[in-house]
Design a protein around this ligand. Sequence first.
Ligand SMILES: [Mg+2]
Length: 273
Amino acid sequence: MPAEVYAELASATAELVRAGGGVSFILDFDGTIAPIVSVPSQARAHPSMALVLKRIASHARLSIISGRSVGFLAEQLAFLREEDGPGHVELYGQYGLIRADLLGNVLATAHLDEEQLAMLDEVRRQWLEAPVDGILFEDKGASLAFHYRNAPEMREPLLNWIDMVLPNHGLSALVGKMVFEIAPESAPSKRAAALGILESGVPCVFAGDDYGDLEVFKTMHEQRLAGEPRVAILVQGGFETPPELLGLSEVHVRDQDELAFVLDQLLRAVLPS
Ligand SMILES: [Mg+2]
C-alpha cells in the first residue's frame, strides 16, 4: 500500500480517537463494498470487505446507502445477519427511498410525487418500445438505469435519446460510472439519507466512489470544517473516479483490499481495548 495512505490513515485515526465515543460507518455498495462489474446484477461484496463488514456490524452502527434496491442489498449482505446486533445495520436502498433491515423488511419509505411517477412510466414505455442498441436497461421501479459499460460507443446515442424523452421538469438524469439514471425530482438523495444518520458529536466514517456520493462527500466535508469528527474515504477506481471527490475526502484508497484495511484500522482504533 502507498505510504500516503498510511499517513492519511494516521491522521484520520487520530481524529476519531480524539473525538472519543464510538463510531458510525456509512458505506456505498457498488465500487465501494463490491468491485464494479460489467453486469450490475453480478456485483458481489469483495471477500476482504465481507470480513471487515462483519467486524463493523458486530461493534458499530453500519448504514449502507446505495442506488440498489433494498432486496438486492439484503441478499448481497446476508452474511451479516448473524453479526447484527439490534439496530446495528440498516439498508438505504434507491438513494434512501426505502430504509430496511438486513432481512429486507421495509422500515420506512419516502413519498414520491405521483405526477412524476407517471412521467417516469412514459419514459419507460418509450424505452421498451424503441430501446437503444447495446444498452443494459435496469428497471428499479422508482427509477430507470441505463448502463453503457458494455457499449461505451453508445454513450452519445443514449444521451441523445435521454435528451429527447426527458421532460423539462419533473424528472432528472443522474450520472454514474458508465450509467445514466432517470428518476423523479422528488426522489430522495443519498445526502438526505446521510443527514438522517449523521449525529452531531458522533464520529462518522463514510466511503464512496462515484458521482452519486458527491453530496454526501460535500456534507461530510462541511461538517468536518464545522468541527464534527468526520472521515471521508474515496475509493479511486482508476480513470472513472470523479475528480471533484478528491478534495472532499481525507483518505484515498485504490481498491477494496485497501479500503478493508483502512476501515479495520479505524474500527480497531476506536474500540475499547
Ligand atoms: Mg458507488
